[in-house]
Design a protein around this ligand. Structure first.
Ligand code: PEP
Length: 247
């Protein structure tokens, strides 16, 4: 199974559903549709209405983050995994570099993953090195820490997807060299196998993926799909990624 996950970030109002309607109608008719899953994470404000709209359609709705407590609490503006599930979200991102940059720590991320899984959300756990870490050849050690400090064997592996997103690649148009990315993805899967003592959960790539560079990524069989930011906000750009991936 491959995944095409669109992260809308701070984008979208109710009428933006038209973008997803177009994606859904392509997806419903695509002869390859059973080979992949499309998940879109709109902002919190749209999760309930979009989840209802797509309930019996193919596109799945998720959240971009969740709070590190399970049900209700006195944290202003916080949204728990339980609250997300109750309005129809089926997935949540956790650990996006935007949120790590705003103060999400490993212990917080561990609680987010734990409570999201407990509330039956699929977690897309994001990891990735920054530009300086890459320059100092620290990529693999950074990724290992990000994985081992948060993930535990007892977490349900079937509810986890890992998204490798080098921070220097997000929104910049810069992508890793194929050889390097293959090596990194194999390494991530090796660490995940050590944590879970069996198969690795799926590992996605994210960072400036578009319809023209997806052909390069598809050569790397270890990559199980993509987390897509900018190109998920236009139906044509998002559909082009899927089309070119299966061409
Ligand atoms: C992201 O923010 O998760 C992302 C991958 O963004 P972009 O595709 O725009 O680089």
């Amino acid at each position: 199974m491959r995944y095409f996950i669109g992260n809308w970030k701070m984008f979208g109002v109710p009428k933006s559903v038209n973008i997803l309607n177009k994606i859904n109608s392509y997806y419903s008719r695509d002869k390859n549709r059973n080979k992949y899953r499309v998940v879109i994470t709109p902002p919190y404000t749209l999760i309930e209405s979009y989840s209802r709209h797509f309930k019996n359609k193919r596109v799945t709705i998720g959240a971009q983050n969740c709070y590190q407590k399970e049900h209700f609490s006195s944290n202003t503006a916080a949204i728990s995994p339980y609250m997300l599930k109750s309005v129809g979200a089926n997935y949540t991102l956790v650990g996006h570099s935007d949120n790590r940059g705003e103060g999400d720590t490993d212990p917080m991320l561990k609680d987010k993953v734990r409570y999201a899984i407990k509330n039956n959300l699929k977690v897309v756990f994001c990891i990735g090195e920054n530009k300086i870490e890459k320059k100092n050849k620290k990529t693999l050690s950074v990724l290992k820490k990000q994985l081992t400090r948060v993930l535990e064997k007892k977490f349900d592996k079937n509810k986890l997807i890992i998204a490798y997103e080098p921070i220097w690649s997000i929104g910049t148009g810069k992508i890793p060299l194929a050889k390097e990315l293959k090596k990194t993805t194999i390494y991530i899967k090796k660490i995940l196998k050590e944590i879970f003592k069996k198969d690795s959960p799926p590992v996605l790539y994210g960072g400036s993926v578009d319809g023209s560079n997806v052909e390069m990524f598809k050569e790397i069989k270890e990559i199980d799909g993509f987390l897509i930011g900018g190109a998920s906000k236009t139906s044509k750009k998002f559909i082009d990624i899927i089309k070119n991936y299966y061409r």
